[in-house]
Design a protein around this ligand. Structure first.
Ligand SMILES: Cc1ncc(COP(=O)(O)O)c(C=O)c1O
Length: 384
């Protein structure tokens, strides 16, 4: 019996067939070091990386593709962004909904005495009120760092309204697009985003080991944490300051990047609306099904269209970790239990430290998969 994978909020699986095929072809036939050597293979490998960059730029409405730096994952991109721009004395606003990839770098900067930090709470439905962001500003606020959607409840955040406030107040706006890029539209211009961190391996349908950071023009200076070879200006003892090289020291993950580009082409060819509608349909089925099972408690805004395809729930009287193990080992269902690297969100929800069970279907799941989960939960709670 094959596993029914419902953990796409962690990483999407499977990938479109064309991603596997493109990566294999690239690795077998084209994988020279891009831009390092003058030979044709190297030039072509560089062209593949640059066309991936251009495709992503178009997807997020970025006017200048060179302002997108490839990264290892979203965590890497968030670290590059926050640690690259924050300076001693800066004040940062974030929220309790954030993933540890935002919370931990900010915590360590706070501990080191570099920044001061304010963590805004959402309303009871897990939605942040833009006015609360405005109220948290001090005269030292340099950055507002927020997730586009909670990875625990899937609840979407009003990033455009928040971005407008941040722009009016003269600070920089960093959005963590981990849970939305590839399914919900993001436009760095109309959403007033200065820095957008994204993974390549979730809804962009690329492989693990990929991600990126968009750095808008309002960011005048960014300090790289990684310096080294960039294939140009090698006679210079200092790392280049121009984009994207400033953030891309060392040989990039070319095979991952071409896989990411292929995943994004799949999203383009299928249509982001078609992908989202499919996920909405599955989530409607899931939300309705869960309501018919006694003892289930769900979290976050109860709205299919204001949420990503991620939902957290608990079963009365059962430890989420045990439920996760039973679903995996007895029902072949892969879900994620626990606190999902978002401890403050669970504290806010009252589910810390045991957490919740998180379901996150993707484009390749079917209604049958949701039914299998609902059936398993009925059996587990002895309601069938
Ligand atoms: C909201 C959010 N931000 C950041 C990350 C970190 O992403 P990555 O695993 O690509 O580093 C995740 C991962 O699940 C996430 O859900």
């Amino acid at each position: 019996m094959s596993v029914t994978y419902l953990d796409n909020a962690a990483t999407s699986f499977p990938k479109p067939a064309r991603v596997y095929e493109r990566m294999e072809k690239f690795l077998r036939e084209e994988a020279a070091n891009p831009g390092r050597s003058g030979h044709r293979m190297s030039v072509e490998a560089e062209a593949s990386v640059e066309s991936a960059r251009a495709l992503i730029a178009k997807f997020i409405g970025a006017q200048d593709a060179s302002r997108i730096a490839f990264a290892l994952n979203c965590t890497d991109a968030l670290n590059m962004g926050m640690k690259g721009i924050l300076k001693k004395g800066d004040h940062v606003i974030t929220s309790v909904l954030e993933h540890n990839s935002v919370l931990r770098p900010l915590h360590s900067l706070e501990e080191d005495g570099v920044i001061t930090l304010t963590k805004v709470k959402p309303n009871k439905d897990c939605v942040i009120n833009p006015e609360d962001i405005g109220k948290a500003f001090t005269h030292k606020t340099r950055l507002v760092a927020l997730t586009h959607a909670s990875n625990v409840t899937g609840t979407l955040q009003p990033i455009c309204e928040i971005g407008k406030i941040v722009r009016e107040r003269g600070a920089l706006f960093l959005v963590d697009g981990a849970q939305t890029i590839g399914v919900f539209p993001i436009d760095v211009e109309t959403d007033f985003i200065d820095l957008l961190a994204f993974p390549g391996h979730k809804s962009l349908l690329g492989p693990t080991g990929t991600g990126g950071l968009y750095v808008g023009k309002r960011v005048e200076e960014i300090t790289p944490w990684r310096e080294g070879g960039t294939g140009m200006g090698s006679e210079n003892p200092t790392h280049p300051e121009d984009f994207p090289f400033v953030l891309e020291g060392g040989t990039p993950n070319t095979v991952g990047i071409v896989g990411l580009a292929e995943g994004l082409k799949f999203v383009y060819d299928t249509g982001i609306d078609v992908i989202r509608d499919h996920e909405f349909k599955l989530m409607k089925q899931l939300r309705e099904g869960l309501k018919s099972i006694k003892g289930v408690k769900t979290f976050g805004l109860d709205s299919v269209k204001q949420s990503t395809a991620t939902l957290s729930f608990v079963l009365e009287g059962l430890d989420p970790a045990d439920v996760g193990i039973i679903l995996d080992q007895s029902f072949n269902l892969a879900l994620r239990s626990g606190i999902h690297c978002a401890p403050l969100c669970h504290e806010f929800l009252g589910t810390f430290p045991t957490g919740t069970i998180r379901v996150s279907p993707g484009f390749f799941n079917s209604e049958k998969d949701i039914e299998s989960l609902l059936n398993a939960l009925r059996q587990l709670t002895k309601q069938e």
